[in-house]
Design a protein. Sequence first.
Length: 375
Amino acid sequence: HDSRGNRLLTGGAPISLSVRSKSDEHYLGEIVDYGNGTYEASYTVRVAGYYELAIGILSEELVVKGMCEAGRGVVAGCELVGDAGLDLEVGSSGRYSIIRHDAYGNRVPTRQGQLKFKVTADVAGRYYVQVTAGDQERIPGSPFEVIAYPGPASQQTSVTTVFGAQLASADSDVLVAVAGEEVSLSVAPRDMYGNVTVFSKGALVSATATSSGTVTPFEERTGTKQEVTLFTSFRVAGSYLLTAMIGNQVLDGYPRILTVVSAATEPRKCMLFGEALQGVKCNRISTLTIHAADKFGNLRSTGGDVVDVNLCSPDGKYVVAAKVDDHADGTYGAKFKLERPGTWEIQLVVNGRGGRTQVNEVRSYFAGVKASECT
C-alpha cells in the first residue's frame, strides 16, 4: 500500500527481510515478488526462543517479535549426563539424565519427556551400560562404563575357616580340637553383598574362646587386607564358646561351640587309684584302676590305649604282670596277685612308653590263712 493506504498493483518494491535470534544470530529471509503488489516472505528460525523479524522498505522498517519453539527431540540430538565414568560402591546408585534436543540442538522442554534413570549393581565389576531409543538406536555417549567396587567388610558375609579343629559330625556345627595342638581361624572379608573386598586400615579382627569364665584370646600373626589369620592353642580340655568379630560386630555363625579333647596319653600324668593302694594281701587277687591323662593332666574319656602294668618285687627278682581290662571310658582295670610281702614297684607302660606316676608302689603283707587255703 502507498502512504495513503491505497493498494499497489505493481511489483518491484525494494523489500528486505532479516531475522535476529535470541543468541544474536542474523540471517536473511527470502522475498518472492508476484508483480501485482503482492509479496511472499519466508524465513527459517533454528534457535528456539524469542526472535525479531525486521521487514524493511527503503528507509523504513517494521519489527515483529516472535517465539520459536524447539522441535521434536531426535535420538542424535540427545545428551547423556550424570555419573558416567565414575566408580560406584556396590549397592549405591549412579544417577543419569538424558537431555533431549531437536535436530538443531535446541533443548526439548520437559513436557516432551526428559528422562532420568539410575544404575545400581550388587556384584562388583566393570559394566558397560547401553542406552537406546526407537529402533535400538544408540544415544550419543552410550555405551558408557560403570565400575562397581566392593563395599566395606561385613560381619554378615565375611568367610571364616578354622584349621586344627574338625566338625564333631557331618550334621553338627560343633568343632573339636585336641589339647596342645594349634588352632587357627582365618577371616576373608566380604561386603554385605558377598563380594570379595579388603579390610579397612582401622578394621580390627579378633577371636576369643571362653570356658568357665576363662577367656583364651587368639593371636594375630599373619594379616593382610585380603585375609587375617588368628592362632591359639588350649591346655585345658572342655567346652568353649568361640567368638569371632570385626570391630565390635560378631561374625555371622558365631559364637559357636568348640570342644577341646585331651591329647595322647602321657604315662607320667595317669592317675592310679583303687583298693590295692591301701595295701594288698599276699596270694589274694587285688585290683588297681588307671585313669589315662594327657601331658596337660586332662583325663581321657575314651579307651584304645595299650596299657601294661607290671609289679616288681622288693628284691627285684620277680615281676608280676597284671591283667588289664579296657573300660573304653579312659579308665583301665588291672588285676594281679602278689606272693611275697614288701613294697612292690608299679611299672606303667602306655603305648610302649613308660614313666613314673605320683603313685608308684604297692605294699603287700601276709594275712590270716583260710581253712580252704590249707593243703
